[in-house]
Ligand binder design. Structure first.
Ligand SMILES: Nc1ncnc2c1ncn2[C@@H]1O[C@H](COP(=O)(O)OP(=O)(O)OP(=O)(O)O)[C@@H](O)[C@H]1O
Ligand SMILES: [Mg+2]
Length: 356
């Protein structure tokens, strides 16, 4: 008979397997993908070990992801959610306020997780919560944006409230998120085993860090290299030391390069090119893009400086007329070339000027 050892508790997906699954959908960002894969693996392992032995010394390694807009922070989280075999939820830090003020109490983050587990507390207690837009709850008093002596209910207050979740306390979670005013239905949840992955752009930090030539734009170190943004930068930004102390793994995402944007357009199973081809296929149209057309789309996204986030809007503009006429053009093969894209995107610029 086999003796039960700790090895039996090893989770089903290895860090490499998690990485490889992420890799199909999330382009570039090797360091972030590796860090998240390790954290996810450790998390599952730690939960399994602690189920037998609560005194296990394995620690949680909550993560802080920092990267410019459209670099894939939320995208990474959503894909991790799909891959992981643990309950997972994405919450937006800006929707929360200090207890007692209008907005969601911090406990609702855990309620969202409970919702995903059909209210199984035991399941939720080993889940992962992705807290997006964490930089938007930076302390605001320094910038003088709150009145003198005013309470920073959406900033520092939320960070304070978040501490107790990260610390792993027993908290009371409202069971019914939509009827939050119904204060009767609470359930007690132990957050010690819930993994937190926080993410934010920390916009001004990139410029600062880059000027010291260690920024995101600088050559990436080898995987596992030091984070390029220091704790001090984050403190100055308005993050509480206590909060940072509970986010021991800090990983920077880099702005996506043109080649990566190009790959994002065509390679992932849910890429934009595949999506639009499929959409027109339904109308009986065979759509294709020339190399030059794709390059032009990428160049436009680069020029806008919004990373992959801009690709969809650009693509939508490029194919707008074709989508409009599609039902009348059934059976055609439509090849989009560079000239066509240039013409369409000239419209885009004109249109956005009109908005201004
Ligand atoms: N690295 C990537 N690989 C593949 N697709 C990506 C990547 N980064 C972004 N995308 C695409 O761009 C869209 C926007 O990216 P995402 O929402 O992840 O940006 P973000 O880093 O969270 O930016 P923000 O700080 O503005 O929220 C995603 O829905 C995804 O389709
Ligand atoms: Mg995002």
């Amino acid at each position: 008979m086999r003796v039960a050892t700790k090895a039996n508790a090893a989770p089903s997906l290895t860090p490499r397997q998690i990485f490889e699954r992420l890799d199909r959908y999330v382009i570039g960002q090797e360091r972030a993908k590796r860090a998240v894969a390790i954290a996810a693996y450790n998390h599952v392992k730690r939960c399994a070990v602690r189920r037998r032995d609560r005194r296990s010394i394995l620690k949680k390694s909550n993560i802080l992801l920092i990267g410019p807009t459209g670099s894939g922070k939320t995208h990474l989280a959503r894909n991790l959610a799909r891959i992981l075999e643990v309950p997972f939820t994405v919450v937006d830090a800006t929707e929360y306020t200090e207890a007692g003020y209008y907005g969601k109490d911090i406990e609702v983050m855990v309620a969202e997780l409970l919702f995903k587990t059909d209210h199984s507390v035991e399941e939720a207690e080993r889940g992962v919560i992705f807290v997006d837009e964490i930089d938007k709850i930076a302390r605001r008093t320094q910038g003088g944006r709150t009145g003198a002596g005013g309470r920073d209910i959406g900033g520092e207050g939320v960070q304070q409230a978040l501490l107790k979740l990260l610390e792993g306390r027993e908290i009371f979670v409202p069971l019914n998120i939509t009827q939050h005013w119904n204060k009767h239905d609470f359930v007690q949840v132990d957050t010690s085993d819930i993994l937190f992955i926080c993410a934010g752009t920390f916009t001004d930090l990139h410029a600062g860090a880059a000027s010291r030539s260690v920024g995101f734009g600088a050559k990436e170190g080898r995987a596992g290299g030091r984070p390029k943004i220091s704790q001090r930068d984050l403190l100055e930004y308005g993050m509480l030391a206590e909060l940072l102390g509970r986010l021991p793994v800090v990983v920077g995402l880099t702005p996506l390069r043109a080649q990566e944007l190009r790959t994002i357009l065509t390679e992932p199973p849910d890429s934009l090119v595949r999506e639009y081809r499929e959409r027109l296929d339904v109308d009986g149209i065979e759509l294709s893009f020339s190399d030059g057309a794709l390059r032009e789309i990428v160049d436009c996204a680069v020029a806008k400086g919004v990373g992959a986030r801009g690709l969809r809007a650009i693509m939508e503009e490029v194919v707008a007329d074709i989508l409009f006429e599609a039902p009348e053009r059934r059976g055609e093969k439509i090849a989009i070339d560079r000239r066509y894209v240039v013409r369409r995107l000239a419209n885009l610029d004109a249109a956005s000027l009109g908005d201004a």
